[in-house]
Design a protein around this ligand. Structure first.
Ligand SMILES: Nc1ncnc2c1ncn2[C@@H]1O[C@H](COP(=O)(O)OP(=O)(O)OP(=O)(O)O)[C@@H](O)[C@H]1O
Length: 724
C-alpha cells in the first residue's frame, strides 16, 4: 500500500492571501497606514483576582486616557528617564538589572509566603520578573534544600532561552547550575539546581519517578495556557503533595510527612490567570500579586476591524519603520503560511525604500522551524537595521527578545482541535481563530521588556472586550491518546483523576479505541506489554507502534530513519508553492513509487552518502539547497535518531537490523501504526477514509499527487484548507 505524508480533508475552501495578491494590490504604491487610536494600558482583568500584594507601587506611572487625543496618527514615542540599566553588559550589569525588576521589592515577602505555604499562586504583570527571578530567590534562600527546582514552560523555545538567560544572570554557562530539558534535547548535569523544562518533559519524568523525588519545588509557569500536559501535571502534583507532604492542604507545611522525601512546594505562575480557579483547585491556596511592570507598554487599537490582517500588519510595519525611532518589531501571526506571505511582501517593499532608510532584517519564527533558526531571532541587531520578527504564538509567553520595542498583534492564532470520528479514533487539526484576552495581553507584554514599548492591535477595542478571557483548556479539545497511554503506565485512569476540567466521554472513548487498535491496551482497557513499550518512546503512539513493528519486519534501521525525520520540528522537503515544479524536478532522484515515506528514506540515504564523502559543511549545504531539502531537518533528525536508537537498545530492539532495498517490510511496519489513517480510492478520484466518513485528497506536494493508487496510508491530515 503506498504511503503519503500529507493528505487534505476536503471541507470547503479557505481564501489565502498570496504573494501574487500583494503584488497586484500594491504594485508601485507606497504602503498605506491603517487608522489607529490610542488606549491606555489596562489591567482590569487582574484587579478581580487581587488578594495579597507582594510589593508596592509600580516604578512607572501608567498612561492615562488623555493620550486619546492622538487618534489619527501614531505619536512619536519618548522614553521616560529610567534608572534601569540597559540589558546588555556583563554579570555586574545583569545583577544591577535584577535589582530593578518590580518583583525584587517583594523578594523577602515572597520567600516567606512560599516558606509558609505548600502551594502558592503568583500573579504578576508580564516582565515583572516572575520566570527569571522566582527560581533564583528560592535557590538563594535555601528553600529548595538539596533538591532541584523545576520551572515548567508550555514551549521549547521559552525553556531553552530562559535557561540561557538565568545561567548568564548566575554568571555561569547553561547546563551547570541552570539547565533545561526539552524533547530530544537535555542540557543539565549533576550540578543543576534550576531546570527549565517543557511541561511534556516533566510529565514524562513521572513515568520513571512518580513522586518527582528529585525536585523540592515545582513552578508551573504560564499556567493560564492550560495545556494538556500542564493539566496532567497539576493533577499529579496534587497526589504527590499528599504522598510527600502527608497533607491535602495548601498550607500544610509538610506536616506529617508520609515518607522520607523532602516536602514539595508548588508555585503556580502567570500574568493572566484565573487565579481563583487555581486557588480553589489547590485547597484555597494563597494568591499573591506582584504589582507593577518594569516598563510601560502603550496600546493602540485599530479604529475599524481589519479584514486582511496580513496586509494590515505589513502596512503597520512600514508605518513604524518610516515614522518611529529605532527598535525591533515583533509581529504575531497565526501560522507559517501567513509568515511566509508577509515575509515576501515586506521584503518586496523594503527594496523600494529610499537608500537613507534603515535596513530591514526579517526573522521568521515558528515551531516547525529548526531550533537553530529560531535562535537567530535572539542575536543582536546590526547597526542601522530594524529587525522584524514574524512569529506565531511561540513568542507569546515568557520570552524576552532583546531589541523588541514594537509589537504588532493581528489578533489571530492557530488552535489545535480534535475532530473525533464516529467509528473511533480521530485527529488533531489546526484551526485559525481569534485570540483571547490573555493572549492579547501576553503579546503586548513582549514589548516593554528593555524599555518603554508599544503594541499595535489590528482589531478594535470593542473586539478586545468581546474576546474570551482565556483559551479553552487543551484537555477539552485535543487528542488524549498519548496522555491516556502515559497515565496507564502510571496506573492512572484519566476518568478517575482529579482534573481541573474533565474532557467529554467521546474524546476519552475515541483515544481508548485508538490505543486498542494499536494493541496498546486490551479489551478491558488494561495496558498491554506492547503499550508499555510504546510509552517509552518520546513519540506519538502511532509512530512508536511502527518502530516496535519494525523489529518483527526486520527493518528497524529504515523505520528509525523515516520516523526521526517525521518527528523533526520542520519538514524535510522545502515546499514553496511557486517553485513546486522546480523542486519536484530537483528531487526526482529520491522519488519512490511507493510514496513519501520511502522517498524520505532515499533522501536520508543520499544525504548520508554526501556526509560520508566528506565534502565539508558548504558542500553539504549546497547539495541540500540544490535538491530543495531542509538540511536543518536532516541534522535535527540525526539527533532524534540517536535518541531513538538508545530507546530501542533499552527495549532490546536491535536498531542495526536493515531490510536493505526491500520496500514491503517498511510499508508494512508503518501500516501497523497508521492503520487508522488509511483511505481507499473512489470512482471520482478522491480517497475515502477507511475509518470515518471524510473524503481526502493527496497533498499536491506529495510524490503520489499525480497518481491514482487503490489505497493509501498517511500520517498527516490537514483540515479545511483549500487545494492551491
Ligand atoms: N533573554 C533576555 N534578554 C534580555 N533581558 C531579559 C531576558 N530575559 C529576561 N530579561 C529581562 O528580565 C525581565 C523579566 O523577565 P521575566 O521573564 O522574568 O518576566 P516575567 O514576569 O516572567 O514575564 P512573562 O510573564 O512575560 O513571562 C524582562 O522584562 C527583561 O527586562
Amino acid at each position: 500500500m503506498p504511503s503519503t505524508s500529507k493528505v487534505i480533508r476536503l471541507a470547503g475552501k479557505e481564501k489565502r492571501t498570496t504573494y501574487g495578491d500583494f503584488r497586484a494590490k500594491h504594485a508601485g504604491k507606497k504602503p498605506q497606514v491603517p487608522w489607529v487610536n490610542v488606549s491606555d494600558e489596562e489591567d482590569r482583568l487582574r484587579k478581580t483576582h487581587l488578594k495579597v500584594m507582594v510589593n508596592g507601587q509600580s516604578p512607572h506611572a501608567r498612561h492615562t486616557r488623555k493620550n486619546k487625543k492622538a487618534r489619527h496618527s501614531v505619536p512619536s514615542i519618548e522614553e521616560p528617564a529610567s534608572p534601569v540599566p540597559s540589558s546588555s553588559g556583563g554579570a555586574a550589569a545583569l545583577q544591577e538589572q535584577r535589582k530593578h525588576l518590580p518583583i525584587a521589592k517583594g523578594r523577602e515577602a515572597l520567600i516567606q509566603e512560599i516558606l509558609d505555604n505548600d502551594i502558592t499562586v503568583l500573579l504578576g504583570e508580564t516582565g515583572s520578573g516572575k520566570t527569571t527571578q522566582v527560581p533564583q530567590y528560592i535557590l538563594e534562600s535555601g528553600l529548595a534544600g538539596k533538591g532541584m527546582i523545576a520551572v515548567t514552560q508550555p514551549r521549547k523555545v521559552a525553556a531553552t532561552s530562559l535557561a540561557k538567560r538565568v545561567a548568564a544572570e548566575k554568571n555561569t554557562t547553561v547546563g551547570k547550575l541552570v539547565g533545561y530539558s526539552v524533547r530530544f534535547d537535555e542540557c543539565s548535569s549533576t550540578e543543576t539546581r534550576i531546570k527549565y523544562m517543557t511541561d511534556g518533559m516533566i510529565v514524562r519524568e513521572l513515568l520513571s519517578d512518580p513522586l518527582l523525588s528529585q525536585y523540592s519545588v515545582v513552578i508551573v509557569d504560564e499556567a493560564h495556557e492550560r495545556t494538556l500536559r500542564t493539566d496532567l501535571l497539576i493533577a499529579n502534583l496534587k497526589n504527590i503533595l499528599k504522598e510527600r507532604n502527608g497533607s491535602g492542604e495548601a498550607n500544610g507545611k509538610g506536616k506529617g510527612k508520609a515518607n522520607k522525601l523532602n516536602p514539595l512546594k508548588i508555585v503556580i505562575m502567570s500574568a493572566t490567570l484565573d487565579a481563583e480557579k487555581f486557588s480553589r483547585f489547590f485547597y484555597n491556596a494563597k494568591i499573591l500579586y506582584v504589582q507593577g511592570r518594569q516598563h510601560p507598554v502603550k496600546i493602540y487599537y485599530s479604529v475599524e476591524g481589519q479584514t486582511d490582517y496580513v496586509d494590515s500588519a505589513m502596512r503597520t510595519f512600514f508605518q513604524i519603520h518610516v515614522d518611529q525611532p529605532p527598535g525591533d518589531v515583533l509581529i504575531f501571526l497565526p501560522g507559517q503560511e501567513d509568515i511566509e506571505s508577509l515575509e515576501k511582501a515586506i521584503e518586496l517593499f523594503a527594496k523600494q525604500l529610499p537608500k537613507d532608510e534603515m535596513e530591514v532584517l526579517l526573522c521568521p519564527m515558528y515551531a516547525a522551524q529548526a531550533p537553530g533558526q529560531n535562535a537567530k531571532v535572539f542575536t543582536a541587531t546590526p547597526t542601522r537595521t530594524r529587525k522584524c520578527i514574524l512569529s506565531t504564538n511561540i513568542a507569546e509567553t515568557s520570552i524576552t527578545i532583546p531589541g523588541v520595542k514594537y509589537v504588532i498583534d493581528t489578533g489571530m492564532c492557530k488552535e489545535k482541535r480534535y475532530l473525533a470520528r464516529d467509528t473511533g479514533g480521530g485527529f488533531d487539526t489546526l484551526l485559525t481563530k481569534s485570540i483571547t484576552k490573555s493572549s492579547a495581553m501576553q503579546r503586548a507584554g513582549r514589548a516593554g521588556r528593555e524599555g518603554m514599548g508599544v503594541c499595535f492591535r489590528l482589531y478594535t477595542e470593542e473586539s478586545f472586550e468581546k474576546m474570551a478571557l482565556a483559551p479553552e483548556p487543551e484537555i477539552m479539545r485535543c487528542s488524549l491518546t498519548s496522555s491516556i497511554l502515559q497515565l496507564k503506565c502510571l496506573n492512572q485512569d484519566l476518568e478517575e483523576l482529579d482534573l481541573m476540567d474533565m474532557p467529554d466521554v467521546e474524546s476519552i472513548t475515541s483515544a481508548l479505541k485508538t490505543l486498542w487498535l494499536l494493541d496498546a491496551i486490551n479489551s478491558n482497557k488494561e495496558l498491554t506489554p506492547l503499550g508499555r513499550q510504546m510509552a517509552f518512546f518520546p513519540l506519538e503512539p502511532v509512530h512508536a507502534r511502527a518502530i516496535i513493528a519494525s523489529k518483527e519486519n526486520g527493518c528497524t534501521r529504515e523505520a528509525l530513519d523515516i520516523i526521526s525525520v517525521l518527528s523533526a520540528s520542520s519538514k524535510l522537503f522545502v515546499d514553496i508553492t511557486e517553485l513546486r515544479e522546480q523542486a519536484a524536478e530537483a528531487r526526482r532522484m529520491f522519488r519512490h513509487a511507493s510514496g513519501d515515506h520511502l522517498t524520505i528514506l532515499n533522501a536520508v540515504r543520499a544525504y548520508e552518502e554526501i556526509v560520508a564523502g566528506g565534502g565539508g559543511k558548504h558542500a553539504r549545504r549546497d547539495w541540500c539547497r540544490k535538491h530543495f531539502l531542509n538540511e536543518r531537518t536532516l541534522l535535527e533528525a540525526t539527533e532524534i535518531r540517536n535518541q531513538l536508537r538508545q530507546t530501542c537498545g533499552r527495549l532490546g530492539i536491535d536498531w542495526k537490523v536493515s531490510c536493505g532495498d526491500k520496500e514491503d517490510p517498511v510499508v508494512r511496519c508503518l501500516a501497523y501504526g497508521l492503520a487508522q489513517n488509511s483511505a481507499f480510492l473512489q470512482p471520482d478520484g478522491s480517497y475515502k477514509q477507511t475509518m470515518g466518513q471524510s473524503v481526502v485528497k493527496i497533498h499536491p506536494g506529495s510524490v503520489l499527487a499525480e497518481k491514482k493508487v487503490p489505497a493509501i496510508i498517511y500520517d498527516e491530515l490537514v483540515s479545511g484548507t483549500a487545494v492551491a
